[in-house]
Design a protein. Structure first.
Length: 291
């Protein structure tokens, strides 16, 4: 932790820092355990290149998830988002532990409860970020319109402009967009989504209970969280069966998995390059052939 960041955190918390320790696992930000006079500890994430507002928006997203009162979400302690000085987010420090025996069941049922708590609209009250990519949350009357206009279409255009996707991919996505209304599944009220639910954003606390971190929240179709969980692994089969026991999924949900994996795959195409382009185009082909 740099001296400037340490001083900024101490000033914002109005506490003396007695020690810091680097933590590993983040792809974008640096992360630290910060020990305070009196024995408390906080988690701090920071990045020199973080745009103004990124950590404020993440903090608001965490509080939005906490409001559902389902799975454990770390408490926001402080946000440093000034024009000058280091930008950071300070959170409750979750001491890591080993998942207890009912971890997967509690995660599945807790996620179903989080989704069922609901959201006011398809979208969110402000834009935010997924990874380091800006994420537009402009609201729409239907899920299909939101998924097309605020999720898939902007990332397809961005990837083609950066030549991470071939120009011809645009015509294939246009075929999907023309049929999207009939492919997104039965109408459901918007769910309260984590928005970036891969295994790295799941944590077991010192009691072995599931906790969710690093969200990219919005109101949307619950199947997109579940599809992303299946994309990169890290979630056992009991998570999904417990979810379905708590809140059954609509008919045809298995066939919609590639459709809802398209967004995280396009995020990866834009963040990490064309190595993910083949996976995104395969998910597109699977979606079109199924529909």
């Amino acid at each position: 932790m740099t001296p400037a960041l340490k001083a900024a955190v101490a000033a914002r918390l109005a506490r003396e820092i007695t020690g810091t320790r680097d933590l590993h696992g983040g792809d974008i930000h640096s992360a630290y355990r910060v020990d305070l006079r009196g024995g408390d500890a906080v988690f701090v994430k920071s990045s020199p290149g973080a745009p103004r507002g990124m950590f404020t928006e993440e903090a608001r997203g965490l509080e939005w998830l906490r409001a559902a009162g389902t799975l454990r979400i770390p408490t926001v302690i402080a946000v440093g988002d000034d024009e000058e000085g280091p930008r950071f987010l300070a959170l409750e420090y979750l001491e890591p532990g080993r998942p207890e025996s009912a971890f997967d069941e509690k995660l599945g049922r807790g996620l179903a409860a989080l989704h069922r708590f609901g959201a006011p609209a398809y979208g969110f009250e402000h834009d935010n970020y997924v990874g380091s990519l800006p994420q537009s949350n402009r609201t729409h009357a239907t899920w299909a319109a939101f998924y097309r206009e605020e999720r898939l279409s902007p990332l397809v255009r961005r990837a083609i402009d950066r030549r991470a996707l071939a120009a011809g991919a645009g015509a294939k996505f246009d075929r999907l967009f023309d049929r999207l209304e009939s492919m997104v599944g039965p109408s459901e009220p918007p769910s309260r989504l984590h928005g970036d639910l891969w295994g790295g954003n799941l944590h077991a606390d010192d009691r072995g209970q599931p906790c969710l971190i690093d969200p990219a929240v919005y109101g949307g179709h619950r199947e997109i969280d579940l599809a992303m969980m299946r994309l990169f692994g890290g979630f056992g089969p009991r998570v999904f069966s417990a979810y379905r026991e708590a809140w059954p999924l609509a008919d045809g949900h298995e066939g919609r998995v590639p459709l809802y994996q398209l967004y995280p795959l396009l995020v990866h195409v834009n963040l990490f390059g064309g190595g993910y382009a083949g996976s995104a185009l395969q998910a597109l082909e699977d979606t079109l052939s199924h529909g």
